[in-house]
Design a protein around this ligand. Structure first.
Ligand SMILES: Nc1ncnc2c1ncn2[C@@H]1O[C@H](COP(=O)(O)OP(=O)(O)OP(=O)(O)O)[C@@H](O)[C@H]1O
Ligand SMILES: [Mg+2]
Length: 471
């Protein structure tokens, strides 16, 4: 095998390699004797061992050697001056694959598939990157891979893009998968509508639709307390508001609250209903259910996430406890633009519901996948429960800091270098990955690219009006 470098020093599980071949880059997987390691970062350095000229040094994280088809951890440092080669495709296949595998693309710079362990889906995943870096393409590949292993997937789609991406992927690869799309608020021909039960709305949630003053919120809390069980409509709340005692609340408060509730009822009549869509019925093996909330206002989307998160987890808990209306299958819940639902500053119930899945989901077979271009806005508690991190191009220093704080499995140099990733390239670290981290070129979904928006208009005809010039 062709030598690409030599070990110049090593300590613990790290080794510095003198690079002698252009093919070695950050993310390259190297073979040093029987051991394997990955280039975490590179720099030019000069010292007496390698000569007086600045030489390119790769810092390598050595993660183990292959034995009985599994990786055995390294127990002592690598021998200095050992020769280094690039790991072959067979080596990569052997070290990355297990009994069951999924893959989002190739190991960076090679034709080997970047295999991941699908069984770790319930330790939750975060796909984090700046806008346009390829998050949705990556998520579509991830969803397709889980679907082909039969795991039901539910996606909250805020840009209305997953139907197009997934149908293309499924067709290209000839996979037999069912795609079910539900619209929210704005019905479209041929699609079902997702309905949310009024009873999931907390007084705080109402505040995201209709700005309530403190007295109005207290009045609303009093009204909601009067309902037993979850069987009511917005009109019932309005009726009960009318019945509030003027001894307890100012007449103006009652009137204003009623006015706001009436406008809510008029504007969102087709979103909320008495019982809501039966969520247990949309979770099926080999089926992805896409909730297309692309035109819905933020308050509605938040209620969608809150309802789905709560019902998916409750359905699984019911199954465990052998209660009625269970969700019989483990599942993956994918939330796009997660910073809108899991922000640490958000008072909406959707944040609490996502927190619940992040901390309890694993026990009940509910995996969460959060996708965001603003990681620093996501509650640290939720992000730190995502044991698999898929990071793509990120430049914002606040986002990088937040990732550093929330994820143990990734080191500072890798985070610092996230700006150097191109569109479609990602670093995968944590639970689903069988080595410490992996650089992957995600498969192109192949959907025809939209032309770049560029202004190149024809001048409009001018009309001469009498003798007074042009208008
Ligand atoms: N793996 C890939 N291979 C080739 N091209 C890609 C890949 N991933 C993304 N792209 C290109 O980048 C564009 C943006 O990708 P994508 O929509 O997935 O980004 P995003 O991070 O989800 O963006 P946004 O923040 O707008 O949601 C795609 O339209 C496609 O042209
Ligand atoms: Mg996207």
């Amino acid at each position: 095998m062709e030598t690409v470098g030599m070990v110049v020093s090593s300590k613990g599980r790290e080794a510095d390699i003198l690079v002698q071949d252009n093919r070695v880059e950050t993310g390259s997987i190297l073979r040093i004797g029987d051991f394997y390691g990955i280039v975490a970062h590179m720099r030019y350095r000069e010292d007496e061992k390698i000569g007086s000229k600045q030489k390119l040094i790769a810092n390598v994280q050595v993660f183990g050697k292959l034995g009985n088809n599994r990786l055995l951890k390294i127990k002592k440092p690598i021998q200095p001056y050992a020769e280094v080669c690039l790991a072959s495709e067979k080596d990569l296949g052997d070290m990355l694959s297990g009994e069951r595998n999924i893959s989002l693309g190739n190991v960076y710079g090679t034709k080997a598939r970047a295999f991941l362990d699908p069984n770790e889906y319930d330790r939750h995943t975060a796909i984090l990157a700046s806008t346009g870096a390829g998050k949705s393409y990556t998520a579509a590949n991830l969803i397709k891979e889980f679907l082909s292993l039969s795991l039901p997937v539910i996606v909250v789609d805020t840009h209305g893009e997953y139907q197009r991406l997934l149908s293309h992927l499924v067709k290209e690869e000839n996979i037999d998968i069912d795609l079910e799309v539900y619209t929210v608020k704005y019905p479209r021909k041929g699609f079902r509508e997702l309905k949310i039960p009024v009873s999931i709305l907390s007084p705080e949630d109402f505040n995201h639709f209709i700005q309530l003053t403190e007295p109005q919120k207290t009045a609303l809390e009093t009204v909601l307390d009067k309902f037993e069980g979850g069987d009511y409509l917005l009109q019932d709340i309005i009726d009960k508001t009318e019945g509030l005692s003027q001894k307890d609340f100012h007449e103006g408060t009652i009137r204003a609250l009623k006015r706001k509730l009436v406008s809510l009822e008029r504007g969102f009549r087709n979103v909320f209903d008495r019982y809501g869509t039966d969520i247990a019925g949309i979770v099926k093996p080999y089926q992805v259910t896409i909730i297309d909330a692309s035109y819905a206002p933020q308050g509605v989307r938040q209620s969608v996430v809150s309802y789905l998160a709560s019902e998916l987890l409750e359905g699984r808990i019911r199954e465990k406890n052998e209660m009625s209306n269970p969700i019989n299958y483990e599942l993956l819940f994918v939330v796009e633009e997660a910073h809108n639902y899991a922000s640490s500053k958000l008072s909406h119930s959707c944040r609490y519901q996502l927190q619940r899945i992040a901390s309890e989901g694993r026990k009940f077979g509910v995996g969460l996948c959060v996708i965001s271009q603003k990681p620093s806005k996501i509650d640290e508690e939720i992000l730190s429960q995502c044991n698999t991190g898929i990071y793509m191009h990120i430049t914002n220093p606040n986002d990088k800091d937040h990732i550093r704080r929330s994820f143990e499995s990734i080191n500072d140099e890798i985070i610092r270098d996230l700006d150097s990733l191109d569109v479609g390239e990602c670093i995968i670290a944590g639970a689903m990955n069988r080595i410490p981290f992996l650089m992957c070129s995600v498969d192109d979904v192949g959907v025809k690219r939209e032309h770049r928006r560029k202004f190149d208009y024809e001048r409009e005809d001018k009309v001469q009006v009498a003798s007074s010039g042009y208008v």
